[in-house]
Design a protein around this ligand. Structure first.
Ligand SMILES: Cc1cc2nc3c(=O)[nH]c(=O)nc-3n(C[C@H](O)[C@H](O)[C@H](O)COP(=O)(O)O)c2cc1C
Length: 196
């Protein structure tokens, strides 16, 4: 699988880091190769939330370098995930405004009918966001809000982050056990019998 990972300037760099760390460790075993693109603000928020600059074994493309292979549908990349996805990136993607490489790559995924996952992080949502979401979904994007869950009993920040990243990996079809999966309610202990 040839995967594009886009990182935009929403809060949530730890989600990107966890996904990229997972892919760096396990991707090769599943035949995954990655190309990365950070928006300018994506790098700033990474520095703010994680510190330093991202370091991975794959090429990190300049946000305006449209010579990247995945800027063309003919290069046949398999999927793209934008994690985290800012409201601004969502709006640009929803309206095909390909002024940066992340937007162009997403545009290509939509036109080639390939999976495009948007891990949106914004709250509250305005009508502008809601309409952009609708448009993106209608165009084929899979919107996965960065909305952590608690039913698996996360105890640490990392485990909470994993509840979001695991679902993105699921949608990419990549086996993972990042979170405990829901298997139904545990049987309830019988009520204690009171002495007469
Ligand atoms: C620390 C920080 C946190 C931010 N968090 C969010 C956020 O959660 N969601 C969002 O849509 N924008 C957020 N923004 C604003 C975006 O970075 C801003 O709209 C920017 O233009 C997005 O650019 P991009 O889409 O090219 O990455 C944040 C900015 C900063 C500096």
């Amino acid at each position: 699988m040839r995967l594009v990972v886009g990182v935009s300037g929403a809060s949530g760099a730890p989600y990107a880091r966890r996904l990229l760390d997972f892919l760096a460790e396990h991707g090769e075993a599943h035949g995954v190769t990655c190309d990365l693109v950070f928006t300018e603000t994506g790098r700033q928020v990474w520095a703010q939330e994680i510190g330093g600059a991202p370091r991975y074994p794959w090429k990190i493309w300049h946000p305006r370098d449209f010579t990247a292979p995945f800027a063309s549908g003919s290069s046949r990349y398999d999927a793209m995930v934008v994690i985290p996805c800012s409201a601004g990136a969502l709006a640009r993607i929803a309206h095909g405004i390909s002024v940066d490489l992340l937007g162009r790559a997403a545009d290509v995924m939509l036109k080639e009918r390939r999976p495009l996952l948007l891990v949106l992080r914004e709250t509250p949502l305005s009508l502008v966001h809601a309409r952009a979401l609708t448009q993106a979904i209608e165009a084929g994007a899979i919107v996965m809000p960065a909305s952590p869950s608690f039913y698996s009993g996360p105890r640490t920040l990392e485990q909470l982050v994993d509840t979001v990243v695991a679902r993105a990996l699921d949608r990419l079809g990549l086996p993972n056990e990042l979170m405990q999966r829901w298997t139904g309610l545990a049987p309830r202990a019988p009520e204690p019998v009171e002495d007469p």
